[in-house]
Design a protein. Structure first.
Length: 366
């Protein structure tokens, strides 16, 4: 427990105190946000606001985690290091994307295929490593079984080892790409993605701590509902470090934002969220815990599909929403930005509570 609190506290203190220095540095480097002309008019005042704030978040999370572990004289575990690998790896992909945008002053950074390739490389490395490093109980960080709140009987290895590993890599890529793009799409209003991600990743701090207390082989285990997860407590520690980093960052990112996380932050945080779901054996539960990201991503998909279908049928494309993602639709309907953010935070919180509730109900009734 001390490591959890210390990791979160150190990370929060770092972003809270160090972010103003990064804001000054990014202004000097002219790493400012580019704003599209076809977006809401209220966003034009944000042009030039320092971006790439994800750098601060990632540094703080990594620092918080290692301080928490070293202060407790504990060795970092494979599972936590894999989460940090995903956070840093996709953060680098996002940083390249952000750098191209700010350097060339345009809304397009990396091409779509380049971003897919970057996500694919990081996901593949993660997937391969996650099936290695067994502990004394022969548990590896990840499992080839599809999970909801624990591993199911659906094992990808049923198709053979070669095909099974290939399917596992594709499954990991799908999860990582979905989560990272979901957080990226939600990062359109001051504090929206930051606050929503705090709640989603905070859920995994709770889940990790609970799984540790109910681990198979522990003294207090419930034999019918114990969890076979390699490093549940350390997953809680790294989740706490990320939550702490985000909480300190939110002080500067809330409306009116003085800094944005950029793709550096959104891609890295989405990847870490997916990694926590994979390593805690709660993969499908992420759909509920990250429900706000599913909603905003779904609005983009619905908008594009409906536009293309109506254009194909009538020659004139029509839209379901005034603008996608969904939060911009409500802005154009006249909602104040802070109103949209707070109401979406409420939805995010309800999704997280529903996910944790389902996790707990399954433990009770099995």
């Amino acid at each position: 427990m001390r490591a959890i609190l210390l990791a979160g506290g150190v990370a929060m203190a770092f972003t809270l105190l160090a972010t103003p220095g990064f804001i000054w540095l990014f202004r000097r480097l002219k790493w400012g946000q580019f704003i599209r002309d076809d977006g809401p008019q209220s966003h034009h005042t944000k042009r030039g606001t320092p971006t790439m704030g994800g750098v601060v978040i990632i540094v703080a999370a990594v620092l918080g985690y290692f301080v928490g572990k070293l202060a407790n004289f504990e060795t970092p575990t494979a599972s936590a290091l894999l989460v940090l690998l995903m956070l840093v790896g996709l953060g680098i992909v996002g940083f390249i994307d952000d750098f191209i945008k700010t350097h060339r002053q345009r809304s397009l950074g990396l091409s779509g295929w380049a971003k897919i390739a970057g996500q694919g490389v990081v996901s593949t490395v993660f997937a391969v490593l996650a099936l290695n490093f067994p502990n004394e109980q022969n548990l590896t960080p990840a499992s080839t079984k599809i999970s909801l709140v624990r591993d199911s009987n659906l094992d990808l290895m049923m198709f053979g080892s070669v095909v099974g590993v290939g399917l596992f890599i594709l499954w990991i890529y799908f999860m990582v790409a979905s989560a990272s793009n979901g957080v990226n799409i939600a990062d359109g209003l001051d504090g929206l993605a930051t606050g929503s991600t705090i709640m989603a990743i905070g859920a995994y701090a709770v889940i990790g701590f609970w799984q540790f207390n109910q681990a198979c082989g522990s003294v207090i285990e419930n034999l019918s509902s114990c969890y076979n997860v390699r490093d549940p407590l350390d997953l809680a520690v790294v989740a706490s470090a990320i939550v702490g980093a985000l909480t300190g960052f939110l002080w500067w990112n809330t409306s009116p934002a003085q800094i944005f996380m950029g793709d550096t932050g959104s891609l890295g945080l989405g990847g870490a969220l997916a990694a926590l779901a994979i390593l805690s054996r709660t993969e499908l539960l992420l759909v509920l815990i990250g429900g706000i990201f599913v909603i905003v991503t779904g609005s983009v998909v619905i908008q594009r599909v409906f536009f293309k279908l109506t254009k194909w049928k009538t020659g004139t494309g029509k839209r379901v929403f005034l603008m996608s993602p969904l939060h911009h639709h409500f802005e154009l309907k006249g909602w104040a930005q802070i109103t949209v953010v707070v109401r979406f935070w409420i939805i995010a919180g309800l999704c997280v509570l529903s996910g944790i509730g389902l996790f707990y109900i399954e433990w009770i009734y099995g």
